[in-house]
Design a protein around this ligand. Structure first.
Ligand code: NAD
Ligand code: TYD
Length: 363
């Protein structure tokens, strides 16, 4: 049985990747390795926890000895690395945590994989270290067509775009990307890096724009729009990202970088209006009832103006395309959050953290 470690599998994107691999590949042994920080939630994986090809290991990626032992013990052939501190606003308040997990944690994982794989007679043959990164490492684009239809600018992030991160989050992700590529160039480790745009969909922690706003609208709480709400993000439905990860893990070329995005740019204020309209409609509230919740607040420090990914390479080389139109994706997403009030309420009340304590206290 092929053993694959998926780090950060209890987080937002990770749980979709774990679910896809566990269900699609019954002959793989899927190990979800996660430290269960505030962002990790085992309830996200309750539908796969009893599958015979699934295992959960509570571990910090910075625990080099622990990770090395696990890789050796389970004879791990592949690593899909999603574990990270992922929220820009938190990185502004606590940059050390981002350097620790995103840089040192990634290095610890790389070094543990190197030590184990180099100890084998076949060394790196049949192995893969796949690092999941973000478009934010490329910096910010201009709004050269701000008043027309999207796209809101003439340029896009390409795989060859020079790194120019602005936030502590993106700086830490950029650094980890460099370490991954350095392990290929220096030691011959079979690595792959992908840089994806903003994801949305079920199970996203409600500190990020879309789930935070859905929950606030539901409770008629203010919606804090940073600055003028004119920043542009390129949104991709999370299951489309998970499908891309599956494809690239199996068919992507070693040492390559692939950009993943939906050619789906939205100004924040426009997306917020779509979310309000969808929540109101699904809750049977009158049209426009909650528009007055929009509250303009002080802008995020160093707020990147526009992200827009060109994912032509992935389409041309591997045939990947997003499957959902945005309107369909946002409808599915809003419906999911409204139908999973308990999931949301457990998170916002902090109840989910007690669940881990009771499960893992004696292990
Ligand atoms: P998330 O914050 O929802 O989940 C992160 C997961 O990593 C959590 O389960 C957490 O418990 C775990 N984790 C954190 N620190 C850890 C540590 N030291 N050891 C082990 N586990 C740890 O993040 P997400 O949104 O699912 O993002 C996953 C990855 O995808 C990240 O690497 C992020 O940079 C990247 N990414 C995210 C987006 C997005 O829009 N969310 C877009 C592009 C790329
Ligand atoms: P976010 O979901 O934090 O993702 P990222 O910063 O990684 O793009 O934010 C998406 C956009 O929404 C970003 O431009 C910041 C903005 N935003 C707000 O205006 N208000 C909020 O409360 C949040 C969380 C984000």
């Amino acid at each position: 049985m092929k053993s694959i470690v998926i780090t950060g599998g209890a987080g937002f994107i990770g749980n979709h990747v774990v679910r896809l691999f566990v269900n699609k590949y019954p002959d793989y042994h899927i190990i979800c390795l996660d430290a269960l920080t505030y962002a990790g939630n085992l309830a996200n994986l309750s539908d796969v926890e009893d599958k015979p090809n699934y295992e959960f290991v509570k571990m910090d990626i910075c625990d080099f000895e622990g990770v090395h032992h696990l890789l050796k013990d389970r004879q791990v052939e592949g690593i899909i690395h999603l574990a990270a501190e992922s929220h820009v606003d938190r990185s502004i308040r606590d940059p050390f945590a981002f350097a620790q997990t995103n840089v040192m944690g990634t290095l610890s994982l790389l070094q543990a994989a190197k030590l184990y794989w180099e100890s084998l007679p076949e060394r790196y043959e049949g192995k893969r270290f796949y690092h999941i990164s973000t478009d934010e490492v490329y910096g910010a684009l201009e709004l050269t067509r701000p008043d027309g239809e999207a796209p809101y600018g003439d340029d896009f992030f390409l795989e060859t775009t020079k790194y120019n991160p602005h936030s502590p989050y993106s700086a830490s992700k950029a650094s980890s990307d460099h370490f991954v590529r350095a392990f290929h160039d220096t030691y011959g480790m079979p690595t792959i890096v992908t840089n994806c745009s903003n994801n949305y969909g079920p199970y996203q922690f409600p500190e990020k724009l879309i789930p935070l706003f859905i929950n606030n609208i539901r409770h008629r709480k203010p919606l804090p729009v940073y600055g003028k709400g004119e920043n542009v993000r390129d949104w991709l439905y999370v299951e489309d990202h998970a499908r891309a990860i599956d494809l690239i893990y199996h068919k992507g070329k070693t040492a390559e970088t692939y950009n993943i995005g939906g050619f789906n740019e939205w100004k924040n204020i426009d997306i917020i209006k779509v979310v309000i309209a969808t929540v109101d409609r699904l809750l049977g509230r009158p049209e426009g009832a909650d528009l007055d919740l929009i509250t303009y607040v002080t802008d995020r420090a160093g707020h990147d103006l526009r992200y827009a990914i060109d994912s032509t390479k992935l389409k041309t080389e591997l045939g990947w395309e997003p499957s959902l139109q945005f309107e369909e994706g946002i409808e599915k997403t809003v419906r999911w959050y409204l139908e999973h009030e308990e999931w949301m309420d457990n998170i916002t009340s902090g109840e989910y953290e007690k669940y881990y304590d009771s499960m893992y206290k004696n292990r």
